[in-house]
Design a binder for this molecule. Structure first.
Ligand code: GAL
Length: 330
């Protein structure tokens, strides 16, 4: 399928330009749910680098986790130009509102990282989604833990044949929270290693919320009872690590709780290499950014969006970037 937006745009621009004027440059509008989110912030740097390399100019907007603000930002941009939208929606329902506005304006929209509902995405032929196979991340976390347990049987501190763990989750409505959590639990169960959640809670991807959650948890549980801590992302794992270290754990002294995150943020990678965490899972933000840029650029140029272009399978205009396990005991 060819996308002829460039031709339409060029005709519209030529109508108002004097002969000999330069053609318009390729541009896209990018909307982030919150640049306070550590992973999304790092992804925004990759988005800028990828766009620069591809010759795509970006106008960037930060919704600061505010639904109404994001919709206003999208509507304002659509009133100003017809550039493709690259959108990290504040939530799935907001994604639907953004899509309706884009469709009305006949402007393509590329969602990433936070997924609108499938039926919403499929309702507009110029709506795309670039995300990850979140199931894979939870499965990798379970594999990291299972490998660790097989070489460290003493990790079952009370020797009761099961692993009592704490699970700290992201935002409750986020697809990554739900899929990462359920695939972790499923993989643990299928491995035959009995796991028993001592505590689970949502710290919404946030370092400081994870610190507070650990502090509260310690009113009712002792660190010596906890046999593993699994976090839906690295920012929360780093918050947990901070709290563990404040209590003399995971700092090389001998007291240790296996801790696993997701994202492979530089600080988590460093913690893994220092044996303060047993692993993380690389959430390939560079590829997510590059693919969003390639799709937006193809719309600007009126060229075809193919699997060769994005280097991954495309299913109903959805692309899943694979994760990579990151552990010292690989
Ligand atoms: C996830 C990421 C989290 C958080 C979230 C925001 O993919 O692992 O750290 O950034 O996206 O939507």
């Amino acid at each position: 399928m060819k996308y002829m937006l460039r031709t339409v745009m060029a005709a519209a621009v030529l109508g108002t330009m004097s002969l000999g004027a330069q053609a318009a440059e390729d541009r896209a509008n990018v909307f982030y749910y919150s640049l306070n989110d550590t992973f999304v912030n790092a992804l925004s740097a990759d988005m800028r680098d990828s766009a620069e390399a591809a010759g795509l100019k970006l106008s960037e907007y930060d919704a600061t986790d505010d639904l109404a603000k994001q919709l206003t930002q999208v509507q304002t941009a659509l009133a100003q130009n017809k550039n493709p939208l690259i959108v990290n929606p504040v939530d799935a329902l907001n994604g639907e509102a953004v899509l309706r506005n884009a469709r009305r304006a006949k402007v393509p929209v590329i969602f990433f990282n936070r997924k609108p509902l499938d039926k919403v995405l499929s309702s507009y032929q110029d709506a795309w989604y670039v995300g990850t196979s979140a199931d894979m991340a939870g499965e990798y976390q379970a594999q990291i833990l299972i490998d660790y347990l097989s070489s460290h049987p003493q990790a079952d501190k009370n020797g009761n044949g099961q692993i009592e763990y704490v699970l700290i989750k992201g935002e409750a409505t986020h697809q990554d929270t739900q899929q990462r959590t359920s695939s972790f639990i499923r993989t643990m169960m299928n491995s035959g290693i009995a796991g028993e959640p001592l505590y689970t809670g949502n710290a919404d991807w946030s370092y400081s919320k994870a610190v507070n959650m650990m502090r509260e948890l310690l009113f009712t549980h002792k660190l010596s009872e906890i046999e593993a801590i699994i976090c839906n992302n690295d920012a929360m794992a780093l918050g947990v690590l901070n709290e563990l270290q404040a209590h003399g754990y995971n700092n090389g002294s001998g007291n240790f709780i296996p801790l696993i995150g997701i994202d492979a943020l530089p600080m988590a990678v460093e913690a893994v290499s220092r044996n303060q965490m047993i692993g993380t899972v690389f959430n390939d933000r560079r590829s997510i950014a590059e693919i969003c840029v390639k799709i937006a650029k193809a719309y600007c140029e009126g060229t075809e969006i193919t699997e060769d272009l994005v280097n991954l399978p495309i299913n109903n205009r959805q692309i899943e970037v694979p994760y990579v396990k990151y552990t010292i005991t690989k």
